[in-house]
Design a protein around this ligand. Structure first.
Ligand code: FES
Ligand SMILES: [Fe+2]
Length: 350
Protein backbone atom coordinates (compact mmCIF):
# COMPACT_ATOMS: atom_id res chain seq x y z
CA UNK A 1 0.00 0.00 0.00
CA UNK A 2 1.20 3.54 -0.69
CA UNK A 3 2.26 5.73 2.17
CA UNK A 4 0.52 8.78 3.58
CA UNK A 5 2.45 12.04 3.89
CA UNK A 6 -0.12 14.36 5.42
CA UNK A 7 -0.08 12.57 8.79
CA UNK A 8 2.15 12.60 11.86
CA UNK A 9 4.58 9.72 11.60
CA UNK A 10 6.44 8.53 14.69
CA UNK A 11 10.10 9.12 13.87
CA UNK A 12 11.89 8.12 17.08
CA UNK A 13 11.64 7.74 20.82
CA UNK A 14 12.83 10.93 22.54
CA UNK A 15 15.72 9.03 24.13
CA UNK A 16 17.10 8.07 20.71
CA UNK A 17 17.87 11.62 19.63
CA UNK A 18 20.59 13.79 21.15
CA UNK A 19 22.77 16.62 19.82
CA UNK A 20 24.33 14.29 17.24
CA UNK A 21 22.98 13.48 13.77
CA UNK A 22 20.38 10.68 13.80
CA UNK A 23 19.02 9.26 10.54
CA UNK A 24 15.85 7.32 9.82
CA UNK A 25 14.02 6.75 6.53
CA UNK A 26 10.32 7.48 6.89
CA UNK A 27 7.84 6.79 4.11
CA UNK A 28 10.76 6.65 1.68
CA UNK A 29 12.12 10.05 2.76
CA UNK A 30 15.55 10.17 4.42
CA UNK A 31 15.07 12.21 7.58
CA UNK A 32 17.81 13.72 9.75
CA UNK A 33 17.00 14.45 13.39
CA UNK A 34 19.04 16.15 16.09
CA UNK A 35 18.63 18.44 19.09
CA UNK A 36 19.48 22.09 18.56
CA UNK A 37 21.30 24.25 21.09
CA UNK A 38 17.95 24.86 22.85
CA UNK A 39 17.32 21.10 23.13
CA UNK A 40 14.46 21.26 20.62
CA UNK A 41 14.28 18.65 17.87
CA UNK A 42 15.31 19.66 14.34
CA UNK A 43 14.02 17.54 11.42
CA UNK A 44 15.56 18.02 7.97
CA UNK A 45 15.80 16.07 4.75
CA UNK A 46 18.96 14.02 5.07
CA UNK A 47 20.38 14.87 1.64
CA UNK A 48 22.86 17.63 0.83
CA UNK A 49 21.80 19.59 -2.28
CA UNK A 50 25.43 19.84 -3.48
CA UNK A 51 26.50 16.26 -4.20
CA UNK A 52 23.71 14.50 -2.34
CA UNK A 53 25.75 13.29 0.59
CA UNK A 54 23.70 11.98 3.52
CA UNK A 55 23.93 14.86 5.96
CA UNK A 56 23.93 12.58 9.00
CA UNK A 57 27.53 11.71 8.06
CA UNK A 58 28.48 15.27 9.01
CA UNK A 59 28.62 17.11 12.32
CA UNK A 60 26.46 19.47 14.33
CA UNK A 61 28.23 22.82 14.70
CA UNK A 62 26.54 25.39 16.95
CA UNK A 63 23.15 23.78 16.37
CA UNK A 64 23.62 23.59 12.57
CA UNK A 65 24.36 20.56 10.42
CA UNK A 66 27.65 20.71 8.53
CA UNK A 67 27.87 18.41 5.53
CA UNK A 68 30.66 15.88 6.00
CA UNK A 69 31.63 15.97 2.31
CA UNK A 70 32.44 19.64 1.48
CA UNK A 71 31.30 21.57 4.52
CA UNK A 72 28.15 23.43 3.48
CA UNK A 73 26.24 24.23 6.63
CA UNK A 74 22.45 24.39 7.10
CA UNK A 75 20.35 25.86 9.90
CA UNK A 76 17.29 24.32 11.54
CA UNK A 77 15.02 25.79 8.87
CA UNK A 78 17.09 24.09 6.15
CA UNK A 79 18.68 27.30 4.82
CA UNK A 80 22.35 27.15 3.82
CA UNK A 81 24.12 29.55 6.17
CA UNK A 82 27.78 28.83 5.50
CA UNK A 83 29.80 28.04 2.37
CA UNK A 84 33.51 27.50 3.03
CA UNK A 85 34.39 27.68 -0.68
CA UNK A 86 35.26 30.61 -3.00
CA UNK A 87 34.15 33.96 -1.61
CA UNK A 88 31.62 32.23 0.61
CA UNK A 89 28.55 33.28 -1.37
CA UNK A 90 25.60 31.07 -0.56
CA UNK A 91 24.25 29.50 -3.78
CA UNK A 92 20.58 30.41 -4.25
CA UNK A 93 19.32 26.84 -4.51
CA UNK A 94 21.29 25.62 -1.52
CA UNK A 95 18.55 24.69 0.93
CA UNK A 96 16.99 21.55 2.23
CA UNK A 97 13.49 20.68 3.30
CA UNK A 98 12.72 21.17 6.99
CA UNK A 99 9.85 19.12 8.39
CA UNK A 100 7.35 20.15 11.04
CA UNK A 101 8.27 18.14 14.13
CA UNK A 102 6.72 17.66 17.57
CA UNK A 103 8.18 15.99 20.63
CA UNK A 104 5.48 14.78 22.98
CA UNK A 105 4.96 11.96 25.50
CA UNK A 106 8.50 10.58 24.96
CA UNK A 107 7.99 10.32 21.19
CA UNK A 108 9.11 12.44 18.23
CA UNK A 109 6.63 12.92 15.38
CA UNK A 110 7.36 14.36 11.92
CA UNK A 111 5.10 15.64 9.16
CA UNK A 112 6.43 14.92 5.69
CA UNK A 113 3.55 16.39 3.68
CA UNK A 114 2.19 19.89 3.15
CA UNK A 115 3.51 21.94 6.13
CA UNK A 116 0.41 24.18 5.98
CA UNK A 117 -1.68 21.18 7.06
CA UNK A 118 0.53 20.13 9.99
CA UNK A 119 -1.86 20.51 12.93
CA UNK A 120 -0.15 19.73 16.24
CA UNK A 121 -3.51 18.96 17.83
CA UNK A 122 -3.61 15.85 15.64
CA UNK A 123 -0.48 14.30 17.11
CA UNK A 124 -1.68 10.93 18.45
CA UNK A 125 -2.42 10.96 22.16
CA UNK A 126 -0.07 8.92 24.35
CA UNK A 127 -0.13 11.13 27.41
CA UNK A 128 -0.14 8.19 29.86
CA UNK A 129 3.42 7.44 28.76
CA UNK A 130 4.31 10.12 31.32
CA UNK A 131 2.44 8.41 34.17
CA UNK A 132 5.33 6.73 35.92
CA UNK A 133 3.55 7.13 39.25
CA UNK A 134 0.97 4.59 38.01
CA UNK A 135 2.98 2.25 35.79
CA UNK A 136 6.40 0.65 35.45
CA UNK A 137 7.55 1.09 31.85
CA UNK A 138 9.81 -0.92 29.62
CA UNK A 139 12.28 1.05 27.53
CA UNK A 140 10.96 2.41 24.25
CA UNK A 141 11.89 -0.14 21.59
CA UNK A 142 12.02 0.11 17.84
CA UNK A 143 12.33 -2.98 15.67
CA UNK A 144 13.21 -2.80 12.01
CA UNK A 145 10.73 -5.11 10.28
CA UNK A 146 11.00 -6.50 6.73
CA UNK A 147 7.23 -6.08 6.55
CA UNK A 148 4.84 -3.74 4.77
CA UNK A 149 3.18 -1.43 7.27
CA UNK A 150 -0.38 -2.30 6.23
CA UNK A 151 0.17 -6.02 6.88
CA UNK A 152 1.30 -5.22 10.43
CA UNK A 153 -1.80 -3.06 10.76
CA UNK A 154 -4.00 -6.04 9.77
CA UNK A 155 -2.20 -8.17 12.32
CA UNK A 156 -2.61 -5.75 15.21
CA UNK A 157 -6.30 -5.08 14.60
CA UNK A 158 -7.12 -8.79 14.39
CA UNK A 159 -6.85 -10.06 17.95
CA UNK A 160 -8.01 -13.59 17.11
CA UNK A 161 -4.63 -14.53 15.60
CA UNK A 162 -3.19 -14.67 19.13
CA UNK A 163 -4.77 -18.04 19.87
CA UNK A 164 -2.94 -19.59 16.90
CA UNK A 165 0.30 -17.60 16.72
CA UNK A 166 0.95 -16.75 20.38
CA UNK A 167 -0.34 -19.61 22.58
CA UNK A 168 3.15 -20.02 24.08
CA UNK A 169 3.54 -16.33 24.91
CA UNK A 170 0.71 -13.82 24.96
CA UNK A 171 -2.58 -15.44 24.22
CA UNK A 172 -5.06 -18.05 25.40
CA UNK A 173 -5.17 -21.35 23.52
CA UNK A 174 -7.69 -21.83 20.68
CA UNK A 175 -11.20 -23.02 21.35
CA UNK A 176 -12.01 -20.93 24.42
CA UNK A 177 -15.23 -19.01 24.81
CA UNK A 178 -14.34 -15.60 23.42
CA UNK A 179 -16.28 -12.51 22.49
CA UNK A 180 -15.10 -10.05 19.87
CA UNK A 181 -16.43 -6.65 18.95
CA UNK A 182 -15.50 -3.65 16.85
CA UNK A 183 -16.41 -0.10 17.86
CA UNK A 184 -16.03 3.19 16.08
CA UNK A 185 -15.57 6.53 17.79
CA UNK A 186 -15.34 9.12 15.02
CA UNK A 187 -12.21 8.24 13.12
CA UNK A 188 -10.91 6.00 15.88
CA UNK A 189 -11.48 2.23 15.77
CA UNK A 190 -11.48 -0.22 18.66
CA UNK A 191 -11.01 -3.96 18.25
CA UNK A 192 -12.08 -5.88 21.37
CA UNK A 193 -11.67 -9.45 22.54
CA UNK A 194 -12.58 -11.06 25.87
CA UNK A 195 -12.09 -14.59 27.16
CA UNK A 196 -13.78 -16.07 30.21
CA UNK A 197 -13.01 -18.58 32.90
CA UNK A 198 -9.86 -20.06 31.36
CA UNK A 199 -6.26 -20.79 32.39
CA UNK A 200 -4.13 -17.61 32.12
CA UNK A 201 -1.91 -17.21 29.03
CA UNK A 202 1.84 -17.76 29.70
CA UNK A 203 2.90 -14.10 30.02
CA UNK A 204 0.49 -13.59 32.91
CA UNK A 205 1.80 -16.45 35.00
CA UNK A 206 5.44 -15.70 34.12
CA UNK A 207 5.08 -12.11 35.36
CA UNK A 208 3.12 -13.07 38.47
CA UNK A 209 -0.07 -11.31 37.35
CA UNK A 210 -1.95 -14.60 37.61
CA UNK A 211 -1.24 -17.86 39.32
CA UNK A 212 -0.78 -21.27 37.73
CA UNK A 213 -4.00 -22.85 36.62
CA UNK A 214 -6.38 -20.58 38.54
CA UNK A 215 -8.90 -19.53 35.91
CA UNK A 216 -9.21 -15.88 34.89
CA UNK A 217 -11.09 -13.61 32.54
CA UNK A 218 -8.97 -11.57 30.10
CA UNK A 219 -9.67 -8.38 28.22
CA UNK A 220 -7.91 -7.00 25.13
CA UNK A 221 -8.89 -3.62 23.70
CA UNK A 222 -6.89 -2.38 20.74
CA UNK A 223 -7.29 1.31 19.90
CA UNK A 224 -6.34 2.45 16.41
CA UNK A 225 -5.74 5.93 15.00
CA UNK A 226 -4.76 6.51 11.39
CA UNK A 227 -2.45 5.66 9.90
CA UNK A 228 -0.95 3.05 12.24
CA UNK A 229 -0.83 4.14 15.87
CA UNK A 230 -2.13 1.66 18.43
CA UNK A 231 -2.69 1.29 22.13
CA UNK A 232 -3.52 -2.15 23.51
CA UNK A 233 -5.22 -2.19 26.90
CA UNK A 234 -4.89 -5.77 28.08
CA UNK A 235 -5.38 -7.42 31.44
CA UNK A 236 -6.46 -10.40 33.53
CA UNK A 237 -8.99 -10.42 36.35
CA UNK A 238 -10.58 -13.04 38.58
CA UNK A 239 -13.30 -14.97 36.78
CA UNK A 240 -16.49 -12.93 36.98
CA UNK A 241 -14.63 -10.08 38.72
CA UNK A 242 -14.17 -6.42 37.87
CA UNK A 243 -11.23 -4.92 36.01
CA UNK A 244 -10.28 -2.94 39.08
CA UNK A 245 -9.44 -6.26 40.74
CA UNK A 246 -7.21 -7.29 37.84
CA UNK A 247 -3.72 -6.64 36.55
CA UNK A 248 -3.03 -4.70 33.38
CA UNK A 249 -0.09 -4.91 30.98
CA UNK A 250 -0.85 -2.35 28.27
CA UNK A 251 1.31 -1.88 25.18
CA UNK A 252 1.94 0.91 22.72
CA UNK A 253 2.46 -0.19 19.11
CA UNK A 254 3.24 2.37 16.42
CA UNK A 255 4.09 1.38 12.87
CA UNK A 256 5.96 3.85 10.69
CA UNK A 257 6.50 2.83 7.09
CA UNK A 258 10.10 2.93 5.89
CA UNK A 259 9.63 1.69 2.31
CA UNK A 260 6.83 -0.19 0.54
CA UNK A 261 8.11 -3.40 2.08
CA UNK A 262 9.78 -2.43 5.36
CA UNK A 263 8.67 -0.70 8.55
CA UNK A 264 9.77 0.65 11.90
CA UNK A 265 7.86 -0.95 14.74
CA UNK A 266 7.86 1.17 17.91
CA UNK A 267 6.69 -0.50 21.09
CA UNK A 268 6.67 -0.05 24.80
CA UNK A 269 4.99 -2.09 27.55
CA UNK A 270 3.95 -1.08 31.02
CA UNK A 271 2.31 -2.69 34.01
CA UNK A 272 0.44 -1.71 37.15
CA UNK A 273 1.42 -4.79 39.19
CA UNK A 274 4.65 -6.08 40.76
CA UNK A 275 6.04 -2.61 40.40
CA UNK A 276 9.71 -2.02 41.12
CA UNK A 277 10.63 -5.62 40.32
CA UNK A 278 13.19 -5.44 37.51
CA UNK A 279 13.17 -9.17 36.95
CA UNK A 280 9.48 -9.03 36.11
CA UNK A 281 10.17 -6.14 33.73
CA UNK A 282 12.77 -8.22 31.91
CA UNK A 283 10.41 -11.21 31.62
CA UNK A 284 7.65 -9.04 30.23
CA UNK A 285 9.97 -7.60 27.57
CA UNK A 286 11.32 -11.02 26.68
CA UNK A 287 7.81 -12.40 26.08
CA UNK A 288 6.86 -9.43 23.93
CA UNK A 289 10.06 -9.58 21.87
CA UNK A 290 9.57 -13.29 21.28
CA UNK A 291 5.97 -12.77 20.22
CA UNK A 292 6.73 -9.91 17.79
CA UNK A 293 10.06 -11.14 16.42
CA UNK A 294 9.70 -14.91 16.41
CA UNK A 295 5.96 -15.39 15.99
CA UNK A 296 4.35 -12.40 14.20
CA UNK A 297 7.30 -11.39 12.03
CA UNK A 298 7.92 -14.70 10.17
CA UNK A 299 4.20 -15.24 9.57
CA UNK A 300 3.60 -11.73 8.22
CA UNK A 301 6.77 -11.99 6.13
CA UNK A 302 5.51 -15.26 4.63
CA UNK A 303 2.17 -13.58 3.90
CA UNK A 304 3.96 -10.68 2.22
CA UNK A 305 6.00 -13.03 0.04
CA UNK A 306 2.94 -15.04 -0.91
CA UNK A 307 1.08 -11.84 -1.86
CA UNK A 308 4.03 -10.98 -4.11
CA UNK A 309 3.45 -7.22 -4.15
CA UNK A 310 -0.14 -7.57 -5.35
CA UNK A 311 -2.83 -5.32 -3.92
CA UNK A 312 -4.79 -6.75 -0.98
CA UNK A 313 -8.18 -6.10 -2.58
CA UNK A 314 -7.11 -7.38 -5.99
CA UNK A 315 -6.44 -10.76 -4.36
CA UNK A 316 -10.11 -10.98 -3.37
CA UNK A 317 -9.49 -12.14 0.22
CA UNK A 318 -12.01 -14.24 2.13
CA UNK A 319 -13.25 -12.06 4.97
CA UNK A 320 -14.09 -13.26 8.49
CA UNK A 321 -15.91 -11.35 11.24
CA UNK A 322 -12.54 -10.88 12.96
CA UNK A 323 -11.35 -8.83 9.97
CA UNK A 324 -13.93 -6.10 10.52
CA UNK A 325 -11.65 -3.64 12.32
CA UNK A 326 -8.78 -3.98 9.85
CA UNK A 327 -11.13 -3.68 6.89
CA UNK A 328 -12.63 -0.46 8.27
CA UNK A 329 -9.12 0.91 8.87
CA UNK A 330 -8.02 -0.05 5.36
CA UNK A 331 -11.04 1.73 3.89
CA UNK A 332 -10.28 4.88 5.86
CA UNK A 333 -6.64 4.82 4.77
CA UNK A 334 -7.64 4.27 1.16
CA UNK A 335 -9.82 7.37 1.31
CA UNK A 336 -7.02 9.39 2.95
CA UNK A 337 -4.63 8.31 0.19
CA UNK A 338 -7.17 9.30 -2.45
CA UNK A 339 -7.69 12.69 -0.83
CA UNK A 340 -3.93 13.30 -0.70
CA UNK A 341 -3.59 12.33 -4.34
CA UNK A 342 -6.40 14.69 -5.35
CA UNK A 343 -4.89 17.57 -3.36
CA UNK A 344 -1.48 16.94 -4.91
CA UNK A 345 -2.89 16.86 -8.45
CA UNK A 346 -4.81 20.08 -7.79
CA UNK A 347 -1.69 21.80 -6.45
CA UNK A 348 0.28 20.71 -9.53
CA UNK A 349 -2.42 22.11 -11.84
CA UNK A 350 -2.21 25.56 -10.25
S1 FES B 1 27.90 17.06 -0.75
FE1 FES B 1 27.45 18.38 0.89
S2 FES B 1 28.79 20.04 0.68
FE2 FES B 1 29.23 18.72 -0.99
FE1 LIG C 1 0.63 -10.94 17.12
Amino acid sequence: MSMLKNVWHAAAWSAEVADRPFARTIAKEPVLLYRGTDGKIVALNDTCPHRFAPLHRGNIVNGEIECGYHGLRFDKAGACVHNPHGDGTIPKSASIKAYPVVERDTLIWVWLGDPALADERKVPDYNWLNEDDVYDFSDGHVMHMPLAWDLILDNLLDLTHGAYLHPDTLAPTPGLRTETDVRRDGERIYSLLSTYDAPPPPIWTATGAATGDVHVDTWLEMRWDAPATFFLDVGVKPTGGEREEGNALPTVHIITPETEETSHYFWKMFRNFNRGNEEIGAIMEEFATRAFQDEDRPMIRAVQERMGGRDFWDLDPVLLPSDAAAIQARRMIKKMLRDEETARARAEDQ
